[in-house]
Design a binder for this molecule. Structure first.
Ligand SMILES: C[S@@+](CC[C@H](N)C(=O)[O-])C[C@H]1O[C@@H](n2cnc3c(N)ncnc32)[C@H](O)[C@@H]1O
Length: 368
C-alpha cells in the first residue's frame, strides 16, 4: 500500500487523535483509496435491563458507576463527563480502534478486511453487542471529506438523544450532515424512523455500512435508519431512481407528514455551508406538517489568525449570527425560538466534554 500522506489541509478529529494507536488496523481502502478504520464507541447502558426488556425497558447506567476505562483505552481512573482523570491526565476519547494483533483478519468477497465480533482490541472482556457502536471511519481527511471522521459534537448530540428519549421515542427524525452516521444510529435506538442524510456517494456508502454494522441496536427498539442524500445547496431532494441514496415519493411524503425532530452535529465550519444549512432548516420546517424541534451541536474552535493578529472563532460567530437571524425572521408562517441547552446531562459515551462544545435547540412553532 502507498504511504498515507498528510497534506497541509488535512484535518484530524480529536475523537480519533486520542484513540490509542498502538494497534491500529486498517480494515480496507474506501472507494477513493483512503484507509478505513473500525472503532467501537462504548455505550454506558445497563446491559441487563436492555436484554431483559428491550430498548423500551433498557435504562441508562450512571456514567460514574461504570468501570472505566477497559485496558488499553485510556488512563485508569478516568471520570467520564469530567474531562479529567483521577490522576490528572487528560481524558481519552471513548473509541477503541480495533487492533492488528487482536484481529482475525479475513477478506470478504470484495477483498476488504473483515473484522469479526471477537476482534476487540486488548485484554478486556467482550462487550455486549448492545453496549458498543461500531463505526468505520477514516483517520485524517482533507476538509471536503471531514464527514468520514467522527466529531466530538456527534458524541455530545448522541448523549443528548439518549437523555431526551422522550423527544425521540417512536418519532420520525432527520439528521443533516450525518457523516459516519453515529448520531443517527443512536437516535434509531429510540426513534421509529431516522432519515440519516449527507452528500457524496462514497461518504453515504460508509454511513450505510455503519448503519448495517449496528442494525441490531435499532432493531431492538423497532427503529429503522434510512440513509439518503440531502444537499443543503440544492432546493430539492434527489429523486432519480438511478442515483444511489435517492428519495422515493413515499419517503418524502413520510418525512413531511411525520418528522418532528431535526438534528445536526458539527456542521458549522464554513460560512457558505452554514447559510445553506440554515436555509435548509427553515425550508424543511415550513414544509413539515407538524411543529418541529432542531438540535444542533457545535464546537467553538479558537484559531489564531494573521489577519486579525488575534484569537478568533469566525465560523462560530457566523453560526451565532445565523441563529440570531433565524429568530428575527418576521415573514413566513413559523417563528423560531432559539435557546442554548446546558451540557449538564449524563455522559454515556466517553469523550472530553470540553467547555467549547455547545448544544442549541430551535423550536419552530406557528407564528401568532
Ligand atoms: C464535520 S462533519 C460532521 C459529521 C458528523 N455530523 C459528525 O459530527 O461526526 C460535517 C458534515 O457536513 C456535511 N456537509 C457538508 N456540506 C454539505 C452539504 N452541502 N449538504 C449536506 N451535507 C453537507 C459533510 O459531508 C460532513 O458529513
Amino acid at each position: 500500500m502507498d504511504e498515507v500522506t498528510f497534506r497541509s489541509d488535512t484535518v484530524l478529529s480529536d475523537v480519533h487523535l486520542y484513540t490509542p494507536n498502538q494497534r491500529h488496523l486498517m480494515v480496507r481502502l474506501n472507494g477513493v483509496g483512503q484507509p478505513v478504520f473500525l472503532s467501537q464507541f462504548k455505550l454506558l447502558w445497563s446491559q441487563d435491563s436492555w436484554t431483559d426488556s428491550g430498548a423500551e425497558g433498557g435504562h441508562l447506567r450512571d456514567a460514574h458507576s461504570w468501570e472505566f476505562p477497559p485496558a488499553g483505552s485510556g488512563s485508569p481512573g478516568s471520570i467520564p463527563g469530567s474531562g479529567h482523570s483521577r490522576e490528572g491526565s487528560p481524558l481519552q476519547a471513548g473509541a477503541d480502534t480495533f487492533g492488528q494483533e487482536g484481529a482475525g483478519a479475513q477478506l470478504d468477497e470484495d477483498g476488504d478486511l473483515d473484522v469479526e465480533e471477537d476482534d476487540i482490541t486488548g485484554d478486556e472482556a467482550p462487550e455486549s453487542p448492545h453496549s458498543v457502536i461500531r463505526i468505520e471511519h477514516t483517520m485524517a481527511t482533507p476538509l471536503e471529506d471531514v464527514g468520514k471522521q467522527v466529531w466530538r459534537g456527534a458524541l455530545l448530540l448522541a448523549d443528548y438523544i439518549l437523555f431526551r428519549r422522550d423527544l425521540f421515542q417512536g418519532r420520525t427524525v432527520l439528521e443533516l450532515g450525518a457523516g459516519t452516521g453515529l448520531a443517527s444510529i443512536v437516535a434509531a435506538t429510540v426513534a421509529r424512523t431516522v432519515y440519516c442524510t449527507d452528500v457524496g456517494a462514497d461518504l453515504l456508502a460508509m454511513c450505510q455500512r455503519n448503519v448495517a454494522l449496528n442494525s441490531h441496536l435499532a432493531a431492538a427498539g423497532g427503529g429503522v435508519v434510512k440513509v439518503k442524500e440531502l444537499d443543503w445547496l440544492k432546493d430539492d431532494f434527489c429523486t432519480d431512481p438511478e442515483a444511489p441514496f435517492s428519495w422515493s415519493e413515499g419517503d418524502i411524503a413520510d418525512l413531511y407528514d411525520h418528522t418532528t425532530v431535526l438534528f445536526a452535529a458539527e456542521v458549522f465550519y464554513d460560512d457558505d455551508l452554514t447559510d445553506a444549512l440554515f436555509a435548509t432548516l427553515s425550508r424543511l420546517a415550513h414544509r413539515l406538517k407538524n411543529a418541529c424541534t432542531a438540535i444542533l451541536s457545535v464546537e467553538k474552535r479558537l484559531n489564531f489568525t494573521l489577519r486579525h493578529l488575534d484569537v478568533t472563532c469566525e465560523a462560530y460567530d457566523h453560526f451565532r449570527s445565523s441563529l440570531h437571524a433565524l429568530e428575527k425572521l418576521a415573514h413566513g408562517k413559523l417563528r423560531f425560538v432559539v435557546e442554548p441547552v446546558e451540557a449538564s446531562f449524563p455522559q454515556l459515551l466517553v469523550y472530553e466534554r470540553i467547555r467549547q462544545l455547545e448544544l442549541w435547540k430551535i423550536v419552530a412553532e406557528p407564528a401568532a
